[in-house]
Ligand binder design. Structure first.
Ligand SMILES: [Ca+2]
Length: 362
């Protein structure tokens, strides 16, 4: 009894492995059904190309009267067939080569006996003989009609799953604009310009409509977000920027757009603004002043009240601020400007760097 636990666990593990393998096989088989038809289609396409390629060929020396009498014509010869069959697959395509090898005698049969009565090789070989494909508009092991009928699967507005193959489920995946099992309905933002039981044409609504019955902005059922009905019941843009309270941050201005709006950064010289540029400021940022409606830099250095008051310092104006640097011949040391030591013999170095002390605020 003690060993029952691990044994049961092992059994369970084995079972789940088997289930997994079976599941993969089902998926594989499904893919194979459509894959085999694709391979077969490639083979028959290449066969037709081979026919074209060899259409003007002959046995080499030209179809002399003797050759035509002694041998059958090149046109219908086994040699031509062999040349075509050799070019059916890339050497790397395993599936293709396997299919050709497996059914080589069918090509001979068709070439010598069926070609005249069944000129369409794809139909004769892939659909009727080895049965890996179905006629267009049909699908599955028994070549049933696609949803919407085999003439116009999905009513011409979509793709039938497995169309023309022995795989798939015949259901529709609709083209953009269409929806529903039969691809006759329109998605939101589209309306039926024409509609009956077998035909449907969906056309895009006006950009302002969420849903609509016609192409103009007066035929919206419902306006899209960012649009609202006006007096004439047409959907028009909402001006989000017209409200007293801006939907944007303090250092941004509001820009209205069709169906939406955006928030743009104010110019750096502004403290709040109504638009782009230094002339659209609500107030000027610190370090700037209003000069005839435009925020401009304040030159702190030329103001009557000196700002760099420490000894041996001079003022340098910057955009939005100023700095106090040590005067020439002095250098920064522990927050003070001290005289630069003179080198004994060498020339005075002009490149001694001036150090600065930034003053962010006044
Ligand atoms: Ca808007």
């Amino acid at each position: 009894m003690l060993s029952a636990g691990p044994q049961r666990l092992l059994l369970l593990l084995l079972l789940s492995c088997v289930t997994l393998v079976l599941l993969f096989q089902v998926v594989d088989a499904k893919r194979d059904l459509t894959g085999a038809c694709v391979t077969c289609q490639q083979i028959t396409d290449n066969f037709n190309k081979g026919l074209e390629r060899t259409v003007k060929q002959n046995f080499g020396g030209g179809n002399t009267a003797w050759e035509e009498r002694k041998l059958s014509k090149y046109e219908t010869s086994e040699i031509r067939l062999m040349e075509i069959v050799e070019g059916l697959c890339d050497s790397s395509s395993f599936e293709c080569n396997r299919m050709v090898e497996e059914h080589e005698e069918h090509f001979e049969t068709w070439w010598f006996k069926r070609k005249a009565k069944h000129p369409d090789l794809h139909k004769w070989f892939c659909i009727e003989t080895i049965k890996v494909c179905c006629p267009k508009g049909t699908f599955g092991p028994h070549c049933n009609s696609c949803v919407g009928g085999s003439d116009r699967p999905c009513h011409g507005n979509g793709m039938c799953d497995g169309d023309g193959t022995r795989g798939g489920n015949g259901k529709c995946s609709c083209d953009h604009g269409y929806k529903g099992e039969f691809c006759l309905d329109c998605i939101d933002g589209y309306f039926n310009e024409v509609r009956n039981d077998t035909f449907s044409l969906c056309t895009e609504c006006d950009t302002s409509c969420k849903t609509c019955t016609g192409a103009t902005n007066q035929e919206c059922d419902e306006c899209k977000e960012g649009w609202e009905e006006d007096d004439q019941e047409a959907c028009v843009d909402v001006n989000e920027c017209a409200n007293d309270s801006s939907p944007c941050e303090e250092d941004q201005y509001c820009l209205n757009t069709e169906g939406s709006y955006s928030c743009k950064a104010c110019d750096s010289v502004c403290s709040g603004c109504t638009g782009a540029g230094p002339d659209k400021c609500q107030a000027c940022a610190s370090g700037y002043q209003d000069t005839e409606g435009t925020c401009t830099d304040i030159d702190e250095c030329s103001q009557p009240e000196a700002v760099c008051i420490e000894e041996h310092r001079e003022c340098i104006n910057t955009k939005g601020s100023y700095t106090c640097i040590c005067s020439s011949g002095y250098e920064e040391q522990d927050g003070e400007c001290v005289q630069t030591p003179q080198p004994e013999k060498e020339e005075e170095s002009e490149s001694s760097e001036t150090t600065t002390t930034p003053h962010g605020e006044l």
